[in-house]
Structures are given as C-alpha cells and as structure tokens.
Design a binder for this molecule. Structure first.
Ligand SMILES: C[S@@+](CC[C@H](N)C(=O)[O-])C[C@H]1O[C@@H](n2cnc3c(N)ncnc32)[C@H](O)[C@@H]1O
Length: 267
C-alpha cells in the first residue's frame, strides 16, 4: 500500500469511528463520549455564537473544527457554497442558513459514515438546499466553475496532495469566487516522531503545512489575494488534542483566504 493510501485508510477509520460514536468533544479527531454541550462549548471557543451552535440538527456539530469558516466567508443569499470535508455538516448547515432557499450548499467528504450521518442530519430538518456527496477533495464531484465560495474546517491539512486540492478548488470556483478556510498551519519544524505518527496525522497535526508553503501552493494553483492569519489563542485548544505530545508547540489554527481571478457576474 502506498503512503497516500495508508494515510487515507487511517483517516477514514478515524472519522468513520467518530461518525459512529455519540456527539463528541473538543478537537480535530476526538470523537466519543462527551455530550452535545461540550461540542457547543468548543464551538463557542472557535467563535460561533451559542445560537449558531444550537441552530444545527443534533449530531451535526461533532466538535471537529479548528475555526469558523462561515464567519470569514461573507456568504449572501442565493450563493452556491462548497464545504470541503464537511463531516456531519456543522458548517454546511450554517452556510445553508445564510444562502437561503435560492442558494445551495454542497458538502463533500470521503468517509462514507460521515456522509451518511450528514444526510441523516439533513433529513431531520428536511433541508432542501444542501447536498452531501461522497468524494475526495482531490477529485471533487462538482462541475467546473459552478461555486461562489469554498469553505473548509480543519480538513486540507489531512490531504497528502494539497496542490491537487487547490487545483480542484480553482476548477470548481466561478471567476472571482473565493476560498474561506479554517485550518491548522505549522509554525515550527516538527520532530520525526510527530511527522511519522499516523494517528497524529489523522488528528490534524503532522500534515500541517507552513504558511509559506501554503501560500506558494495557492499561488501556484492560480489563486490571488492570498491571506493566511495564524491565531495564537488556538494554542489552548490544540494542546488538548494530544495530551503529552506538546503539539501546540508546532501548529496553530489559521484563517486562510484567497480568490480565483476574474470578475464575478452580478446576476
Ligand atoms: C477534522 S474532520 C472536520 C469535519 C468538519 N469539517 C467539521 O468541522 O466538523 C475532517 C473531515 O475531513 C474528511 N476528509 C479528510 N481528508 C479528506 C479528503 N482527502 N477528501 C474528502 N474528505 C476528507 C474526514 O472524513 C473528516 O470527516
């Protein structure tokens, strides 16, 4: 099995297990036993309001994010939004609320159990403007130039082929379309024992790229107006992801924004 296949197998196992467990706790791959309240407290630490956290169907917020992409995406009614690695749908449901009935949110995830859970969550509220699709963010099941905004929460670090993710993102965005991503970035060189640890990889640690590398990948893909803002305060919750492994010395959560060149059509 290639290294890429091994990584993806581990990620599907990690998040398949999370999807099958009860509403969870704080951290990229925590999953498990804690109550919905704990996931909501984590959401508030990431900048979601209490009302937002409580507005989504039960089981959508699994406490897996590391930021709040819907807060930076400036979504407006009628837009088409794509959520890369949508999980059980937390950000997708919030985005669907912002784009309204005239808009559409597409959530893509490669873990079958997550997609199943997200679809069940959508059924709970009879959502008509959300579509959850099984697929890899390196090979998006989305047509060319059809998306206004791409959001993503703590996912792209998990891809073993980030240039391909950004190439796909550029392909599906309309001219002038935007990326609004929350993800971890590497702020210090990681030791080999962290880099080679597959579990830490699937817990959003070892696959984090540096800010310079991310910027270069985005610009090489063709994005412009790239901004990457690491958040020092994220250290507090990152510390809880892998107690004992001091991962907060090496990564931070960041807001990552970029645009596809071109003029957005007005109507
Ligand atoms: C840390 S969780 C975040 C889930 C969701 N964004 C949230 O905030 O609740 C990462 C998710 O990304 C998905 N994922 C990881 N790598 C992926 C890839 N290459 N293609 C599609 N989905 C992927 C996993 O299956 C998992 O559901």
């Amino acid at each position: 099995m290639s290294k890429t296949e091994e990584i993806k197998k581990q990620i599907r196992k990690t998040y398949g297990d999370v999807a099958k467990s009860d509403p969870s706790s704080s951290g990229c791959c925590s999953g498990g036993q804690a109550e919905r309240d704990i996931a909501n407290i984590h959401a508030e630490r990431l900048g979601y309001s209490k009302e937002e956290a409580e507005s989504v169907p039960e089981g959508a917020n699994l406490g897996l994010g590391c930021g709040n992409p819907t807060a930076i995406a400036a979504l407006t009614p009628g837009e088409v939004v794509l959520d890369l690695g949508a999980g059980a749908g937390f950000d997708a449901f919030l985005a669907a609320d912002k784009v309204g009935d005239e808009g559409l949110v597409i959530g893509v995830d490669m873990t079958a159990e997550m997609v199943e859970k997200a679809r069940a969550n959508a059924d709970k509220i009879d959502a008509k403007n959300i579509s959850f699709r099984l697929g890899e963010i390196e090979h998006l099941p989305v047509a060319d130039a059809t998306v206004d905004a791409i959001i993503s929460n703590c996912v792209i670090n998990l891809s073993p082929d980030k240039p391909q993710v950004f190439a796909e993102a550029l392909r599906v965005l309309k001219p002038g379309g935007r990326l609004a991503i929350s993800d971890v970035v590497a702020t210090a060189e990681m030791p080999d024992e962290i880099l080679e640890d597959l579990e830490l990889y699937s817990c959003c640690v070892s696959g984090a790229s540096t800010i310079d590398d991310l910027r270069a990948m985005l610009e090489e893909a063709g994005f412009v107006d790239v901004t990457i803002e690491p958040k020092d305060e994220s250290r507090e919750f990152i510390r809880e992801w892998a107690p004992g492994a001091v991962v907060d010395e090496y990564i931070r959560s960041a807001s990552i924004e970029a645009k596809k060149p071109g003029k957005q059509s007005c109507c």
